[in-house]
Design a protein around this ligand. Sequence first.
Ligand SMILES: N[C@@H](CCC(=O)N[C@@H](CS)C(=O)NCC(=O)O)C(=O)O
Length: 202
Amino acid sequence: MELIGYMDSPFVRRVAVSAKLLGLPFKHRELSIFRDFEEFRAINPLVKVPTFVCDDGQVLVDSTLIIDYLESVAGKSLMPSSGSDRTRALNIIGIAIVAMEKVAQLIYETKQRPEEVQYQPWIDRLQKQLSGALDLLEDCVGEGSGWFFGDELSQADLTVAIAWRFVQHILSGEISPDRYQGLVVFSERAERLPEFKACPLS
Ligand SMILES: N[C@@H](CCC(=O)N[C@@H](CS)C(=O)NCC(=O)O)C(=O)O
């Protein structure tokens, strides 16, 4: 199994940390969707990260689908199995994914698009959506001192921690940690875990 993409993509990192937590070994290849476009295209014409090559050669995209595949291989899950805990996990993961997507969209708009054709109302919209997501996540984690569903780290926990670390990596000057103290504590606790340390943000 091979995971392709840099860990500076939170979607790649969530797959990598999930695989570690599930105890699944995998190869990791650092290719950039921008700098290595043609090399990437030869492996996956979709040129998306994460790209995941299964042992039988099939190629998967989308972190949530890849994690679904990993869980089927591992025969275990990082999700609560049913009931309101599962619904809550789905709710929290959805919010964290939107936060990560909005940061990625801000990068495309402000770093890929030439400055003279950037569209400020679109940037404002993305920033408001991102703030909305972060405010919701801050409410979810409270003081940040526990995990969502007991002692075990769940998919919701790791996705929220990765989302916040990514936000701070890209937008530290714009999103003040003072406003999100629960997320700061939560993320620091997660980043100390061996599975996170094994997948450092590149
Ligand atoms: N929903 C996808 C999002 C993945 C995603 O947006 N990856 C970005 C990089 S962080 C990407 O591949 N961008 C290139 C593109 O969309 O063309 C997932 O969960 O994997």
